[in-house]
Design a protein around this ligand. Sequence first.
Ligand SMILES: [Zn+2]
Length: 482
Amino acid sequence: MLRPMRRLFRPATLTALAALGGGWPAVTAAQGRPLTPTQQLAREVYQELIELNTSTNTSGTTIAAQAMARRFRAAGFAESDMFIGGVREDKHNLVVRYRGRGGPNAPKPVLLLAHLDVVEALKSDWSPDLDPFKLVERDGYFYGRGTTDDKAQGAIFVATVLKMKQDGYVPDRDIVLALTADEEGGCCNGARWLVQNHRSWVDASVVLNEGGFGYLKGDKPLSNTIEATQKVFGGFTITAKNPGGHSSLPRPDNAIYQLAAALMKLSTHKFPVELNDVTRAYLERTAPVETAEIGNAMRAILRNPADARAEAVLAKEPMYNSIMRTTCVATMLKGGHAQNALPQTAEVYVNCRMLPDARPADVRAALVKAIGDSSIEVSAAPTRDPRPVAPVTKDVMEAVEAVTKEMWGNIPVIPMMMTGATDAIPWRALGIPAYGVSGIMIDPNDLRAHGRDERLPVKSFYDGLEFTDRLVRRLTTPRVVP
Ligand SMILES: [Zn+2]
């Protein structure tokens, strides 16, 4: 479930980053040159996946899981190294194990995680010459539902593992691929189900998942990101009640006015700035490519999170504001029961994006305090344990930086906290490091995930393939013990 990161970087930042960016080393052959066999394979898998309608609420994922399983069988994978199953017959997941050197000291596997389901798409909503479930390559773009979210990474992972098999590559540990159901919603989240019911198949030392893109300005690479943690979705219903009465006899006390007064207080309420290891790294690495004013404010807030002047500068930018604190915002309102009756109930839904290590009860208490009216009801806090935020591990950060440098020269790798949610959560809850990283470059202002005419630059698909192959090999290359 990717949220649009339209404003990930401010125009000024993009310009500043542009000054940093390196050229494109000629590693890809997408445009105008014949595809390599691996690129050809990846494109075929991509097309096969896109053209299988795996919409969460209509079709299910079993058709795609079986299609990919056929490819692994044909490539010689043993049935014992493959698992297909799920909560429901039409919501199957596929897990494939590519065996490494093994042995008693072998580290736990690297898990490549991608979801097979996509958000609904109606042909009638798309451009007349596009069909969401037909892969179209046109003007340097691949079009189709899932081209960005999340079938590019799925196809790249499938082709990467098949190529390793072909090459006879022997990693220092197993590499496990999990293609899952219902990440976008629905009844049968495969990631959680696998972790809860088939842990041995998906146990890992590290998980690579969606959520981390590289960012382009025009066709120039500016930065690569690694998503290391996520804010947590939660919400409260806030209600004002009143005895009501006949509307021809209005009184000063009124449920709608009372709720409106509470809302005005919430509209200016701000949670305190609280940074974690990931957002500190994000600010540290973004400051040098930001404008002087913003860069200085980032450095100041890193020195002192209570710095009000720095906070005021950063809070002007929705992205930076949401990076440094829990946010809560009113999203749905209802009240009254008849036009000629004084309202007895007025209710608002407030959606919060909590910092991963925030306690929901504390968030609720802050809202109650901000409203300052004990007769207003605030619903109970969602029960959820605070999630520890782990910095990106050294070996993963070094590997991502090394491959990023090889492929795109001197562009920054920026750890980030996502405001949306992905299937990394069940592994993080077990303390297993899970990262959103893909090396798939996109224009942050053209992210069409979940939307109309979803598309991905052709070159970015093949570069993502190259990036992933190099990264997975780098993470699993047997270390020579001196
Ligand atoms: Zn997704």
